[in-house]
Design a protein. Sequence first.
Length: 441
Amino acid sequence: MRAFTSLLNRFRRDRSGNIAVIFAIASLPIISAVGCAVDYSRATQLRSKLQAAIDAASVGSVAKSAPGFIAAGSMTSDGPIPAGVTDATNIFNANMNGVVGYTLSSMTPAMTKAGNIITSKVQFSATVPMLFLGVIGKTSVTVTGTSTATTSMPLYIDFYLLMDNSPSMGVGATPADVSKMVNNTSDKCAFACHDLNNNNNYYKLAKTLGVTTRIDVLRSATEQLMDTAAATQTYSSQFRMAIYDFGASASSAGLRALFSLSSSLSSAKSAAGNIDLMTVKGQNENNDQDTQFTNIMPAINSAISAPGAGTSSAPLKYLFFVSDGVADEYNPGGCIKPTTSNGRCQSPLNAALCTAIKARGIKIAVLYTTYLALPTNAWYNTWIAPFNTGPYGPSPNSQIAQNMQSCASTGLYFEVSPTQGIAEAMNALFKKAIADARISS
């Protein structure tokens, strides 16, 4: 009995094993803290992967080649885009393929069109099981995320091409062409007049001599413009074209529709191939008043419907005006440079005619084909040269050029000299108009 009591007292006094007990008690919160860090680290990593997947889904589904973006182009009103929802889901699933360790509670994509803005919003909710924290009753953690991407749809634009095909566009396209005509005509005429009363007219002579006239270049340039438009547009119906000229003949001079507004750019190209010089029946038919800006500009204004915001159902409207800028018409009361006492008006374009069009919100892109100096032509020397800077040389400071520039909307004026390419100038002006539409909207 005494030995047992001694052993018990010795055990009671012994402190050497306390550290193990203390460590065991202290290790519980340490292990819990480490386990918490491990579990939350896993949850954070999985959330990052899920977030990256919905980011890819929202951004990818509004890409220009994406099904939702393409589908939006055919919508005539605002609303949801089912094709975009399907595409966003597929992108998300592809990015999360093979990733484990979570349970997806929901993944909700939504794509909508409002005006010309496409919005893709993708949300997710998932649960991540806890390994260590389950010991203390925390069996899982819920992770969520949202991603939103927006993009602007390409603007829809209607282009109304107004092409000057009056007799003055029968002049040689380059100084060399002008010289060839002058050197091969008895009256030193630089114009390839399409005179139906003369079987040996200068129009046929120009073709025989291989002379390229302004109207020839304009025809080819307009055809090429349709190819540029087709290659530029995102949607097959993004650009629509209408083509007008100044009339088939001097007797019917006035606005003529060569091609009605259509999104078929291939058909527009075919129609552009019919652009040709206005015919005349001898000199002085219609008193040679074949460039009737005072009638033509209000007529084209009436032909252009009200511009919209650039959507498929409400396109923007651009007038694409190509001319050498000199009126020849009966206008006794409003001529800015009267020619003769009989009411004939041969003068620079009255830019006020363009103001009424621009006031409606229609943009005017002007390609001025420089009115060439014709020093061998007595009429030119008397009536045109004074406002074409002179006595015989055209200049960017001529009143013709100034008025044509005033007609154009800001930034949409281009002058092409005889040594430049009209086709290149038309394409450049077209691209400027597209850029202007993006900025203006």
